[in-house]
Design a protein around this ligand. Structure first.
Ligand SMILES: [Zn+2]
Ligand SMILES: [Zn+2]
Ligand SMILES: [Zn+2]
Length: 313
């Protein structure tokens, strides 16, 4: 894994803030357009899209505020940094999205049971088409920035906007069918489709945030990268208790490394620093801690004191 982005923390923080600002600006514009058009037409498809854009807007604002806090360096009260604030904001955003999705389902079912005729269909069609194009452009931008800056909040926002492209197209299709057939129920069906996508996005966001907040291990591919660093060093005779977790965009790893007993204390420390550097180079935003053990002495200790426990040393 390589990154061309500067590792300067203030550059990264500024990049995240700029990207989050763009999302807020485009969402605000789209939301205002949809509120006007939704009131004119009475379309529940457009209403579902208002819920969608509204959740986006509040979500983007939460992201914008949370990355400012989560990128603060460690201080006296938060020695491991503030990364989990970013995941907590993910929970808040997911709750909003799920609530909005349920509201949209309720409105769509009402319109399905007792359909009201729609007005000014062309305005609704044009607005939703513009929304699809704008959301596609902004989502591609957010996904690129989220990947470059390794920000889960920006990436989540980008993925959400990508689903908005699909929902806008779905609502356009529903409105077009209403126009062709005269049945307002097509609009309700499009709204239901949008609402279920909203629920799915909320669920995914909540799941990822819970994974990180509950100290779930890093993905197997990332753990393998760290194991490779340790295995490829010939001074490392063995290692165990490799533990990993995430906090916002920060990764934490600690591991017991076994080396020859003949190493001096100075040599062992030099090797520790080298291995930590190599691990940091291999995985961005990694904070490794290595616990060194003399191989023969530790094995003898295990035999003498832990033979009955049948556990890893
Ligand atoms: Zn150990
Ligand atoms: Zn040191
Ligand atoms: Zn022991």
């Amino acid at each position: 894994m390589t990154s061309t982005i500067s590792n300067n923390p203030s550059d990264v923080a500024k990049g995240k803030r700029d990207a989050a600002r763009w999302a807020v600006a485009s969402n605000t514009g789209l939301l205002l357009m949809k509120i006007v058009v939704g009131a004119l037409t009475g379309s529940v498809g457009v209403l579902a899209e208002i819920v969608n854009s509204g959740a986006d807007l509040v979500g983007s604002l939460i992201v914008y505020l949370s990355v400012r806090v989560s990128d603060e360096p460690p201080d006296e009260t938060h020695a491991y940094g503030h990364g989990k604030i970013e995941n907590l904001s993910g929970i808040a955003t997911a709750t909003l999205i799920l609530t909005g999705g349920c509201y949209a389902i309720w409105q769509a079912v009402r319109q399905l049971i007792r359909p009201q005729p729609l007005q000014h269909l062309n305005w609704a069609l044009g607005t939703m088409a513009v929304s699809a194009v704008v959301n596609f452009t902004v989502s591609q931008y957010l996904l690129r920035r989220g990947r470059d800056l390794d920000s889960p909040a920006l990436t989540a926002d980008g993925h959400h906007l990508k689903t908005d492209v699909v929902t806008s197209i779905g609502v356009v299709a529903g409105l077009a069918l209403v126009r062709l057939t005269g049945f307002a129920q097509w609009d309700s069906l499009a709204a239901l489709g949008v609402a279920f996508l909203i629920l799915y996005v909320g669920y995914s966001l909540a799941r990822d945030a819970v994974f990180t907040l509950s100290d779930r291990v890093l993905p197997p591919t990332e753990v393998a990268i760290l194991e490779n660093v340790l295995r490829s060093n010939k001074e490392v005779l063995d290692f165990h208790k490799l533990r990993t977790r995430k906090s916002g965009s920060h990764r934490h790893a600690d591991v017991h490394v076994m080396i020859a007993d003949t190493h001096t204390f100075v040599e062992a420390h030099r090797l520790t620093e080298d291995l930590e550097d190599q691990m940091r180079d291999a995985l961005p935003n990694l904070h490794p801690i290595i616990h060194m053990e003399p191989y023969e002495d530790e094995v003898a200790h295990q035999k003498a004191y832990h033979a009955m426990e049948n556990k890893s040393p």
